[in-house]
Write a protein that binds this ligand. Structure first.
Ligand code: NPW
Ligand code: K
Length: 501
C-alpha cells in the first residue's frame, strides 16, 4: 500500500506466511531463527564475558532457544539452558532442536539456575512467542520474574513472553526485554500499548524471507522513509493562495489557548492563511504572540476556510454542536478533535451526517474519546487498539488516528498503520491541539487526506523526539515547543527528500 513502509502482521498473518513458506524451507525457519538469535547474543555480549542463560518454553519459541544454544556452544560460548517441560510434548521442530542440542553435548536444567559468581552475560527469554494464549502464571511466571531480576541484558526471542503479539497487552507476568529479536515481520503488539515499554530495542530478522511476497502486508509502520517519499517541493511562482486557508473552530471560555495552539501549528507548517473562530465571544480579537492568525467569528471561519478543524477547546455547548453540524454539512475536508468528537458521539444526527459525507473526515481521538465514539469504554478500546481504530474508521467512514503509545492510523477501506515516533513527554496539555493544526495544514496545502494524516502524526512525534534529544523533554516538553520544532523537522525532511529549494 505504501511501498517504502515496513509491513506489520498480526499472528494470523505470520501463521499464513509460515504455512505458505512451508516446512520444506531449508534451512528450516527455526534453524534460521536460532542462528539469528545466537548472532544477536554475540553482538550483545561482546564486552561481557560469562555464561548466557536461555530459558526455553514448551513450543517452537523454546525450539528457537535450543537452536540458539547449540550455535553459541559451537561458537565456544558457555550456555546454560533451562527447560522444565515434557520433551515428549514439544512440537516436532522444537523436539528436533532439543535433540540436536543434546547431540552437540548440551544439557538442560529443569530448575531455574543460580547465577554464576560473575553473573550472566545475557539472559534470553525463549519461553513463549506468538503462541501465547493465556495469562502466564505458575512456574513460568516465577521464571519470568527471576529473569527480570538478573543484572544482565535481557533478550526476548520473537516477542517478550507475556506480551500479546496482536495487541501489546500484558497477559499475566511479562519479560521486560532490553532487546527483542523478532522474526519475519513486525507484530502490532511490539509497537503499540505496552509493547514499546516492554520490548526494548526491537530488531527485525526476516529469516531471508520477504513476507510481502507471501502475503500482502496487513498493516504498515510509519517510518521516516515512508514520510520522506511524500514530500513535495514548492514552486517559486506561487503565493499564499496556493497553500490553503485553515479554519480552526474552538476556544470556548477558559480554553482559548487550545484553538490558538492549533492555529499556530498550522501556520508554522506552511498554511497560506489560518483563521480562528473562537466560540467564546469575549475572547481576544488578536493573538499578540502570533499576529498572523486571523481571529474571526466561528460562522465566518466555517464559510471562508477551505479546510476546517473543529474541537480544540470547543466545549460541548449547543452553539458548539451547531458549528460541528454546519461543518459536517459542508463539502470541505474536516478534522474533528476533542469535544467535536464528544459531540458527534452524543448525537445520532451528527453520526449519520458524518458517515454520509463525501469530502474527507479525519478524526483524532484519544482512547477515551474513541470509547465514546464506539459506545464503549477506554479499557475496551485499549484492549485492541488496531481493531478499535478500524471500527471507528468503518462506522464513521473517516480517516482516524487513535493517539497514545504507538498511535494507530486507519482508513475506511481497512488499511492501518502504526507510528514509530513520539515519547511519554507528549502526554501534556495542548499536544493534541498541535497535531490537529499540523494535519489541517497539510490537507489545506493539497496533500491527500490519507498522506496528510500519517505524515502529521509522524512529524508530531519526530519533533518531540528531536526536542528530547536536545534536552527539551521528554519531561516538561510543551505543545508550543513541538509546534515550533515541527517546522524545523519538516523543512529538514524536504531537503532530505531532495525537494528543497
Ligand atoms: N512463525 C514462524 O514463522 C516462525 C516461528 N518461530 C518461532 O515459533 C514461535 C511460535 O511457536 P508456537 O506456535 O509453538 O508457540 P509458542 O509461542 O512457542 O508457545 C506455544 C506453547 O506455549 C503453550 N502456552 C501458551 N500460552 C501459555 C501460557 N500462558 N502458559 C503456559 N503455556 C502456554 C502452548 O500450550 P497450549 O496452549 O497448546 O496448551 C504451547 O505449548 C514464534 O514465536 C517463533 O519464536 C521460529 O521458529 C521460526 C519462524
Ligand atoms: K519469547
Amino acid at each position: 500500500m505504501f511501498p517504502q513502509a515496513q509491513p506489520i502482521y498480526p499472528v494470523s498473518g505470520i501463521r499464513t506466511i509460515e504455512a505458505r513458506v512451508g516446512a520444506q524451507a531449508q534451512p528450516t525457519l527455526m534453524e534460521r531463527a536460532g542462528r539469528a538469535s545466537a548472532e544477536e547474543a554475540v553482538r550483545l555480549t561482546q564486552d561481557r564475558a560469562g555464561q548466557v542463560l536461555i530459558a526455553c518454553g514448551p513450543g517452537n519459541n523454546g525450539g528457537d532457544g535450543f537452536v540458539m544454544a547449540r550455535r553459541l556452544l559451537q561458537a565456544g560460548r558457555p550456555v546454560t539452558v533451562a527447560f522444565a517441560d515434557d520433551p515428549a510434548k514439544l512440537p516436532p521442530d522444537a523436539a528436533a532442536a532439543l535433540a540436536a542440542w543434546r547431540a552437540a553435548g548440551g544439557e538442560t536444567v529443569s530448575d531455574f539456575p543460580a547465577a554464576p559468581a560473575n553473573g550472566w552475560a545475557l539472559v534470553v527469554d525463549a519461553l513463549f512467542g506468538i503462541g501465547l494464549r493465556r495469562p502466564v502464571s505458575g512456574r513460568y511466571a516465577t521464571w519470568i520474574d527471576a529473569l527480570n531480576a538478573q543484572p544482565a541484558p535481557r533478550l526476548a526471542i520473537d516477542i517478550p513472553s507475556g506480551l500479546d503479539a496482536d495487541t501489546g497487552r500484558v497477559l499475566g507476568t511479562v519479560f521486560h526485554a532490553t532487546a527483542t529479536l523478532t522474526f519475519l515481520a513486525l507484530k502490532p503488539g511490539l509497537l503499540t500499548l505496552d509493547g514499546p515499554d516492554i520490548a526494548g530495542v526491537v530488531h527485525l530478522h526476516r529469516l531471508d524471507i520477504d513476507p510481502a511476497a507471501w502475503l500482502a502486508p496487513m498493516g504498515m509502520q510509519i517510518q521516516p522513509g515512508l514520510v520522506r517519499q511524500l514530500m513535495k517541493s514548492r514552486l517559486q511562482n506561487t503565493h499564499k493562495g496556493c497553500y490553503g486557508d485553515v479554519g480552526i473552530v474552538g476556544g470556548a471560555r477558559g480554553m482559548t489557548g487550545a484553538a490558538l495552539l492549533a492555529g499556530r501549528a498550522a501556520l508554522k507548517l506552511g498554511t497560506g492563511r489560518v483563521l480562528i473562530g473562537l466560540v467564546d465571544d469575549a475572547g481576544p480579537a488578536v493573538d499578540f504572540n502570533q499576529a498572523e492568525l486571523m481571529l474571526q467569528r466561528p460562522e465566518d471561519v466555517l464559510e471562508q476556510a477551505n479546510v476546517l478543524a473543529l474541537g480544540p477547546g470547543l466545549g460541548r455547548s449547543t452553539a458548539a454542536a451547531a458549528l460541528v453540524e454546519q461543518a459536517a454539512r459542508s463539502n470541505k475536508p474536516i478534522i474533528l478533535d476533542a469535544d467535536a468528537l464528544n459531540l458527534v458521539a452524543a448525537s445520532e444526527v451528527l453520526k449519520s451526517l458524518i458517515a454520509a459525507r463525501e469530502a474527507p473526515t479525519l478524526m483524532t481521538p484519544h482512547p477515551g474519546e474513541a470509547g465514546r465514539l464506539l459506545g464503549t469504554d477506554t479499557a475496551n478500546v485499549q484492549a485492541d487498539r488496531v481493531a478499535s481504530t478500524l471500527k471507528i474508521a468503518g462506522s464513521y467512514q473517516a480517516l482516524v488516528v487513535l493517539k497514545g503509545s504507538g498511535s494507530v492510523v486507519t482508513y475506511p477501506d481497512g488499511r492501518w498503520l502504526i507510528n514509530s515516533t513520539g515519547h511519554p513527554g507528549m502526554a501534556s496539555a495542548g499536544m493534541g491541539d498541535v497535531l490537529t493544526g499540523l494535519i489541517a495544514s497539510l490537507v489545506a496545502q493539497g496533500w491527500p487526506a490519507e498522506s496528510a494524516l500519517l505524515a502529521a502524526v509522524h512529524l508530531h512525534g519526530a519533533a518531540a523526539d528531536r526536542l528530547a534529544r536536545e534536552g527539551i523533554g521528554p519531561i516538561g516538553l510543551t505543545a508550543s515547543e513541538v509546534a515550533e520544532a515541527s517546522r524545523g523537522v519538516f523543512n529538514g525532511w524536504i531537503v532530505q527528500a531532495g525537494k528543497g529549494r
